[in-house]
Design a binder for this molecule. Sequence first.
Ligand code: IVH
Length: 664
Amino acid sequence: MEAIKDKIAALRKEIERLNYNYYVLSQSLVSDFEFDGLLKELERLEAEHPEYYDPHSPTQRVGSDINKNFVQVEHVYPMLSLANTYSEGEITDFYNRTRKFLNEDFDLVCELKYDGTSISLVYENGLLTRAVTRGDGVRGDDVTANVRTINSIPLKLHGSDYPALFEIRGEILMPWKVFDALNKERAEAEDALFANPRNATSGTLKQQNPAIVASRHLDSYLYYLLGENLPCDGHFENLEKAGSWGFKISDAIKKCRTLDEVFEFIRYWNVERKNLPVATDGIVLKVNSGLQQLNLGWTAKSPRWAIAYKFQAESAETRLNSVDFQVGRTGTVTPVANLEPVLLSGTIVKRASLHNADIIENFDIHIGDLCFVEKGGEIIPKITGVNKAARFMIGDKVRFIKNCPECGVPLVREKGEAAWYCPNHFGCPPQIKGMIEHFVSRKAMYINIGEETINQFYQAGLVKNVADLYELKAGDILKLERWAEKSAGNFVESVRESVRTPYERTLYALGIRYVGETVAKKLANAFHSIDDLMNAGYEALISVDEIGEVIARSILNYFSIESNRLLISKLKSYGLQFSLGKEALANKTTILNGLTFVISGTFLLHSRDEYKSLIEKNGGKNVGSVSAKTDYILAGENMGPAKLEKAQKWGLKIISEAEFLKMI
Ligand code: IVH
């Protein structure tokens, strides 16, 4: 037995070492294949020997805990912001002010200002115990389960010379590469794009499912140590120590004595930052000595010992040649400006977003106008204004179109929405093709054809809607260019196979506006067949977790259209899955339908997570905090006193584990 324990310990240590080298030092010591082998071996041993479970094992980054509502917690030290400036003159002022106040020599540490989401990490006895977002500076969201999935953040520290308790702050970042891929995927699914990596990061950290966070490959840089017993007086030296404990500390850091050195750093990184894998938006200057920091002190909002120098957002001026209106899969019309090519942040820009009809009207933009283009972290540059002073020969005023540029049908706009769309979903070519592309995509029916083939089928008149795919014969396809007997046969076979795709994916494949993968899953769990879903009214829809007004209206609208209902009955006749399979149903009941539960305290018979999933499997809903609308409190040992008080105040039902298990 001892041998197994040692083997597990050795594997954990080796995997941690490889992880650290890969994610913090960016060095691969072994092949992916070898690494996966070690991880699988450890997973196997841990599964066979649950007695050696350790929440800090490298296998335990993605826990099973689904965050329902994030718990708000108070910061030990408030998270203040930084005074910032765009002017070199104000940096000189800051330097002189500091010199005068301290009346002695001092060092300034220059660092990059990373543009992500700030995070506070607490380590107790070398273990990560808490990760909290900035929130309002006083209290933030406890996002520990999500942050644990970020590989460059150590769960367990190296060495032994770290304080027993300390906090370290830094930035969580989504690398450009990951951001671009994520937005590409979202564009294909016609999901709203993230404006920049910062928004994508904070959106990711607020995800309820840590497995999704893990899939987004976030990274981190840590830049500020706090606590009573830090190893050194100097901020720079403390960060070096933190590096030796396994944290990712940026190399772009320099201790400077003179203003000249500071400006040299600023000018160097203002150019070089464009080659970094993550977004930065300035330089931070910090007085190095902790003692001097203490003397300088804080204002109500920020420390007097630090300042941020922000880089100007890059913008260029160029001429508007014309405007295109593009029609997406769900019919949304997006205005795109065609520009006189211009160099912006290292790339040539020819096209930029013109946002929507209201913004076009506000800009009062005309063809031939000189306009400002910006690329503020977004992949698609945008027009931010018009240089009206430079207008001499005025061209036509840009007006949002009234009819679809592809099929001519009048455009419509929902109340409260900014976008116009073409309602001709079954007759508008880009919508038809887009709908088919979505239907066959990997997360939907997974039929192996691309954009070009869909276009080929559409042009040949073989496929006018997704149902036509199921009528395609190898013989028809063979008449088209580039097809051979084998490829045509394979294709027909993969269409036939696709009817086995489970209900929730089939539902997602229909491409109902706002019904993405997650929403489709929630709907399938709440309404076990498409008939149940079609019959659900507004109230029933919004009572489902995460289904709000907009999604509910979109679903009702979808089923109110005759051709959509016809399409579904056709697809049904080809054998597609429009109800939950036996296996999925087997574990489910409706006993707790419509009831909300709050779980509090610790339990003996099952874990909290198990209770959460038991509640959901039986049709109930978990919520994080007690309200007058809560039906039951499932209380274990040491239930929180605040919850108990509220429960008594509102006369809510408090039940024990045994009572709950009897209920189900
Ligand atoms: S130090 C009290 N260092 O900028 C000083 N902040 O505007 C604590 N930030 O909320 C912050 N890079 O999210 C510091 N190298 C860096 C930073 C940095 C980015 C962010 C941080 C903070 C914001 C302040």
